[in-house]
Design a protein around this ligand. Sequence first.
Ligand SMILES: [Zn+2]
Length: 181
Amino acid sequence: MKYTESFKIPFKGLEIGQHEFEFNISNKFFDLYKDSNLELSSGELKCTVMLDKKSNLLTLDIDIDGYVDAICDRCLDSFQLPIESTSTIYIKIGGNVDEQNDELIVLSEDDSEFNIADYLYECICLELPIRKVHDELTTSKTKCNKEMLKKIKQLSTKNEIKNVNETDARWDKLKNLNINN
Ligand SMILES: [Zn+2]
């Protein structure tokens, strides 16, 4: 069986009622999408799908829990970024494709399964914060690499001094102007 096929939900053969599916997301999963997001390449997440089947409507309650590996924007060390996501999608069987939106997927009567991999990937991407950091603590309790923070601070202080000097040079020119004229 191809790896992507392990994310298929074969809804046609299911009885009316509730069904539970579990999917494990690991590095292999992120390999499938390695061209679409370079930042996201590894992690470990567990996904539970509660499927409620009615004659031509499926409701999927999706829970994703785990972590992805990220680079800390503050200290540049890699760390495990926790991800938690809950969402619901609806699958309508035999409807008008125009009705389709972010939460509603329309499939034809001939379809017998739904591959949830793309949707799970999207959910994980949506949970990624713009700023990825161990934490924002400034105390010794921070999980950031303290040595690195120190070095970065030293560097930025040096740059600040440089900037001040550059500004001074510009001010010097102004000082030469005789403002009394
Ligand atoms: Zn950090």
